[in-house]
Design a protein around this ligand. Structure first.
Ligand code: KIV
Length: 283
């Protein structure tokens, strides 16, 4: 899809119609400046709860709160004018009941201006997905490796290696699609399973650590830029090494300050020039 500056925002139905078409492009953003930079190039911006790890330094996404997601979601919406912005529902903000999910999703949509929310889970979340979509909240699903279940899953391991686990994940994706999700993130599953899911559901699948055969791909922008260096998952391709550049820039600044090379003459302000004396009035 070509992207023209000033063109209108990509809508949820427009995304859903892209099943089987040109691959959908999704990146995460958590701030206004990053949203502005990526907005012209992507179909979707995901305000992912991965921000708990890449921005806040938590070991998992579990400590992320609804207020954090709303603050970052609103910042991203301020920086985006054409991509469809989707905000993650954080852990414990939707699992209790469809009513709890609706209350919190409505807050996210009203207070951020996003077009849709994403929530993790399979068949057990189908009732909630149906409840939300019937009430005007578009939902993106998320199956396979679902980071909010890291404790129940026993770590961030690839899923669907056994036939039984693969069948269960496929059933999860089907249940979420039937419940009305407009798209489904498929994360951290073996490639053939991602392909089976993509063939089985009528909505676009967005892969991360999944398959080239998915209807679209998503990466965490901090990973793609080389900003998050604690570890690099196999499924990440680094397109820049900004971490190294930031560290080098900080070192150069420190060196300039310590050696009295900063600020330079171009960085300081001259005092106001004295006003010329008035000519004495002529006779
Ligand atoms: O939180 C996130 O950034 C995500 C993506 C990894 C899909 O859910």
């Amino acid at each position: 899809m070509s992207v023209t500056p000033g063109s209108k925002r990509v809508s949820v139905p427009a995304l859903a119609r892209r099943k089987g078409g040109e691959p959908l492009v999704c990146l995460t953003a958590h701030s206004t400046p990053v949203a502005k930079l990526i907005d012209p190039h992507v179909d979707m911006i995901l305000v992912g709860d991965s921000l708990g790890m890449v921005v806040y330094g938590f070991e998992s996404t579990l400590p992320v709160t609804l207020d954090m997601m709303i603050a970052h979601g609103a910042a991203v919406c301020r920086g985006s004018s054409r991509a469809c912005v989707i905000v993650d529902m954080p852990f414990a903000s939707y699992q209790e009941s469809p009513q709890q999910a609706f209350r919190n999703a409505a807050r996210v949509m009203a207070e951020t201006g996003c077009a849709a929310v994403k929530l993790e889970g399979g068949a057990e979340m189908a009732e909630t997905v149906a409840f939300l979509t019937a009430r005007g909240v578009p939902v993106m699903g998320h199956v396979g490796l679902t980071p909010q279940s890291v404790n129940a899953l026993g770590g961030f391991r690839t899923r669907g290696r056994t036939e039984a686990e693969g069948d269960a994940i496929l059933a999860d994706a089907r249940a979420i699609a039937e419940a009305g999700a407009f798209s489904i993130v498929v994360e951290g599953v073996v490639e053939p399973l991602a392909d089976r899911i993509t063939a089985a559901v009528p909505v676009p699948t967005i892969g991360i650590g999944a398959s080239l055969g998915c209807d679209g791909q998503v990466l965490v922008t901090d990973d793609l830029l080389g900003l998050f260096s604690d570890f690099t998952p196999k499924f990440v391709r680094r397109y820049a090494q900004l971490g190294g550049q930031i560290s080098e820039a900080a070192a150069c600044f420190a060196d300039d300050v310590r050696n009295r090379r900063f600020p330079g003459p171009e960085n300081v302000f001259a005092p106001a020039k004295p006003k010329p004396a008035l000519e004495p009035a002529g006779d």
